[in-house]
Design a protein around this ligand. Structure first.
Ligand code: MCN
Length: 791
């Protein structure tokens, strides 16, 4: 079935209420902490209070004899049991042809700790309180070393790893530098910009959680874990860390209360619990506390960049030149290396015809928590840089922010960018037009005058983003260093009664897959949405899958299910043909009925399903019983959602307070399966992106390396009353290469919104002469910027 026919099916485009909400809203969800196993013990991790220190000795004797303690495990126990360190899932080759530096990432520190929160000792006891009390008794003799936390200090700072004496992990570049340099020589105007993309903490509502369980009867393990990616977790843990055959470990990710990227990875705690469950012969639960999450979850962003845009006399972009220093933190987290490279620099062409782009990335180790993907992962960093410099160029050239964009929009597709990607389709002009209309840009001047009359400054900011999602064609991912292909699997089991269970390698942790995937299947088979159940998150039930991240699930996971449905339909047509005494080539299938073309003979899907399992009148020599098919789908390209976002802010120059007055988002997600769920995804992304732009900031002390924003008292999370009602619109250019015509929507809001906000803030402050401000634009920062130009 083609994407155009698919879009016309009954439940496609329908805001079906989320099937999963009943259990979530009535407290019937089954999160990791809801699981209680027999003989369950509790684990607590003793973490480093220092950003950088030698571990001179560890004394666990008092802890071991504390009440209720079952075991106290440290780095030397890990080494004795030959458990390896955590691997990085993505290998980068430096521009000089050398592999990146991949230092050991021990699951419990051996001789050194490298960030505040680094895991040193695991204490297991009968109760959580006993484990906490015993953890207090662990004595670690540290010799503190000087620490480096800011990426700009990494070079020349105290070395974290012997393998990287200058703290440098890799240098990576894309584009033709010589051609870009030449284009700059002939430019009529050059706009320059230095910017910081601030570090963020993902803060999923449910913190990380895990239960390790070992079965002596079967000599195998089960790990229950709050995770977005169970098969990859298992693959990395068995093949790289524990040296176990894969079938000896089952990973179950039950209901997961949000991830936003931070739960894609294999974390040290997950391995510790699995390993210790056999060593101590107990089921062991660990629930991360919020303060621990701030310290030890993988953080996001943290780039420092310099960008230059060469422009001709007509305002057309000639070339973009970028240098970025990316903070990787103390160790390489699972996907950390692909974030500031493949997922970042390949997006720097944006929506524009800029013929030449050169980007160079230096990636550094620092004494901070590992940095990895956080909603958008690389694409928000690219979009922020590009959309900031484009608006700055507009300010410098005296053009409006929309005019400079319109002069440079790509309008012909497919379009090959100078940074590897080929965009299949889009309509950037239509998104801009629709967004301006919805935002009532025509009324902006009047609103600005009204603000001025009240002593306030009003500004408007644009951001025309594009992102690459639907990760990822395996051949591209493999060529670029991925240790596994990024296909997806789907198994469709039609039961004799005609109801259906689908097993998918995608994982829903808030995105509503149980509803939208069911809509896809119900639409194809002509059955009720409630007749379809979706199973995910269990390596023991689902065929190998690649999990959920990179807004890939509907476009890759959904496409795998579509392929399995093609096979189901083909087989069902043969059964129907047999029952209707016709040739299967004469059978049509629509609205749940098989018909013989040109006749009034028909049979219902349910009858065919039953016949598949009661095949007494079957030609069994040509048709196997059953109606159960599996398919793997490997995309041929990324999907490219795009859109234009317009923010309008009002600033009080006396206090620096920024009030977000209006926010308009027009996106192109191709065919939309469930508009209500998509709108929810956009809202969530916007809140996180606007949070980054206005209030969220993860700060380490530059001298001591202590995390200064280690709780919700210090790290500001956005709340509903920080936002106006968002205006949401859509343009639809269906993706040309997947059978649903969909493009991902899960990250767009977080990608497109930060530059729109900062561009609006700078537009408002322009009359005062303020030209630059870094995120987050807190009242203090805005006030300081105003005072600086006054001075
Ligand atoms: N959808 C649709 N029509 C489209 C595109 C998507 O109806 N054209 C639906 C999908 O069927 C799915 C949802 O929208 O139900 C999101 O789909 P998709 O864009 O494919 O994204 P994923 O399901 O792969 O989710 C991943 C994405 C990412 S990368 C992050 S980070 C993120 C996000 O989703 N983390 C989330 N949204 C989140 N939402 C919640 N509640 N919690 C998280 O942790």
């Amino acid at each position: 079935m083609g994407a155009n026919d698919f879009a016309k099916l009954p439940h496609i485009g329908e805001s079906v209420l989320r099937k999963e909400d009943y259990r979530f809203l009535t407290g019937a969800g089954q999160y990791t902490d809801d699981i209680t196993l027999p003989r369950m013990a509790h684990a607590v991790f003793v973490r480093s209070p220092h950003a950088h220190a030698l571990v001179k000795s560890v004394n666990t004797s008092a802890a071991k004899s504390a009440p209720g303690v079952i075991g106290v495990l440290e780095g030397k126990d890990v080494a004795n049991d030959k458990i390896n360190g955590l691997p990085c899932g993505w290998l980068i080759t430096s521009t000089d042809g050398q592999p990146m530096k991949e230092p050991p990432h021990p699951i419990l520190a051996l001789d050194k700790v490298r960030y505040v929160g680094d895991h040193v000792v695991m204490v297991v006891a009968e109760t959580l309180e006993q484990a906490k009390n015993a953890a207090e008794l662990v004595e670690v003799d540290y010799e503190p070393l000087s620490a480096v936390v800011d990426v700009r200090d990494a070079k020349g700072g105290a070395a974290l790893h012997d393998i990287a004496p200058d703290n440098h992990c890799y240098k990576w570049a894309i584009g033709d530098k010589a051609q870009v340099d030449a284009a700059f020589n002939g430019a009529a105007h050059i706009t320059k910009l230095d910017l910081i993309n601030n570090r963020l903490v993902p803060n999923a509502m449910e913190p990380r959680a895990a239960i390790g369980s070992y079965s002596r009867a079967n000599d195998d393990y089960t790990l229950y874990v709050s995770n977005q990616n169970p098969h990859v977790e298992r693959l990395l843990m068995t093949a790289f860390v524990m040296g176990l055959p894969e079938h000896k470990v089952r990973v179950i990710a039950p209901d997961v209360g949000g991830g936003f990227g931070s739960k894609i990875y294999l974390y040290a705690e997950d391995v510790c619990l699995t390993w210790a469950s056999k060593k101590l012969n107990r089921n062991i639960k660990w629930i991360c506390e919020r303060g621990e999450a701030f310290l030890s979850d993988a953080h996001g962003r943290d780039h420092s960049s310099h960008a230059e845009l060469a422009i001709d006399k007509d305002g057309k972009f000639l070339a973009l030149r970028v240098h970025t220093d990316a903070n990787l933190g103390a160790y390489l987290s699972t996907f950390s290396t692909c974030v500031p490279t493949i997922l970042y620099a390949t997006l720097l062409a944006g929506q524009y015809t800029t013929p030449l782009v050169y980007a160079e990335v230096d990636a550094w180790f620092t004494n901070t928590a590992p940095v990895d993907a956080y909603r958008g992962a690389g694409r928000p960093e690219a979009t922020y840089l590009l959309e900031r410099i484009v608006s700055r160029a507009a300010f410098e050239l005296g053009l409006s922010q929309d005019e400079i964009r319109r002069r440079n929009f790509i309008t012909q597709f497919p379009y090959q960018t100078p940074v590897a990607l080929q965009y299949d389709i889009g309509d950037y002009v239509a998104c801009m037009d629709a967004s301006q209309k919805l935002a009532d840009v025509a009324g902006f001047k009047a609103r600005q005058a009204a603000s001025k009359a009240q002593g306030k400054l009003r500004g408007i900011g644009y951001s025309s983003y594009i992102e690459a999602c639907g990760l990822a064609p395996s051949n591209i991912a493999g060529a670029l260093g991925a240790r596994a292909g990024l296909f997806e699997c789907g198994e469709v089991r039609v039961h004799p009664t005609g109801s259906v269970t689908v097993f998918t390698g995608s994982h829903s942790h808030g995105q509503g897959h149980e509803t939208t995937f069911a809509q896809v299947v119900a639409s194809r088979l002509g059955i009720a949405v409630d007749a379809v159940d979706i199973v995910h998150g269990d390596t023991g039930r689902v065929p190998f899958g690649m999990g959920t991240y990179g807004s890939r699930s509907i476009s890759v996971g959904g496409a795998a299910i579509m392929k399995a449905l093609d096979k189901i339909e083909a087989k069902a047509k043969k059964i129907a043909a047999h029952l209707l005494e016709a040739s299967d080539t004469d059978i049509d299938f629509a609205n749940g009925e098989f018909t013989v073309r040109g006749t009034d003979k028909k049979i219902a899907f349910g009858t065919v399903a039953l016949t598949a399992y009661v095949p007494h009148n079957y030609p069994l020599e040509t048709l196997e019983p059953g109606l159960n098919e599996t398919a793997f789908y490997d995309p041929t390209n990324f999907t490219f959602p795009s859109g234009t976002y317009i923010a309008e802010v009002e600033i009080d120059p006396e206090t620096g307070v920024v009030r977000l007055d209006r926010f308009t988002a027009v996106d192109d997600f191709g065919t939309i399966i469930n508009p209500m769920i998509v709108e929810g995804q956009v809202h969530g992304g916007l809140v996180q992106g606007i949070g980054q732009a206005l209030i969220e900031n993860c700060v380490y002390d530059r001298e001591t390396g202590q995390l200064l924003t280690g709780s919700f008292m210090d790290y500001a999370m956005p709340r509903a009353d920080d936002f106006p009602e968002f205006k949401i619109g859509h343009v639809c250019t269906p993706c040309t290469h997947n059978p649903l015509g969909t493009k991902g929507c899960g990250e767009a809001g977080a990608i497109g919104s930060p530059p729109a906000i900062i561009n609006a803030v700078l537009d408002a402050l322009a009359p005062l002469g303020v030209k630059d401000i870094d995120m987050p634009a807190t009242p203090h920062r805005v006030w300081q910027a105003i005072q600086a130009v006054k001075a």
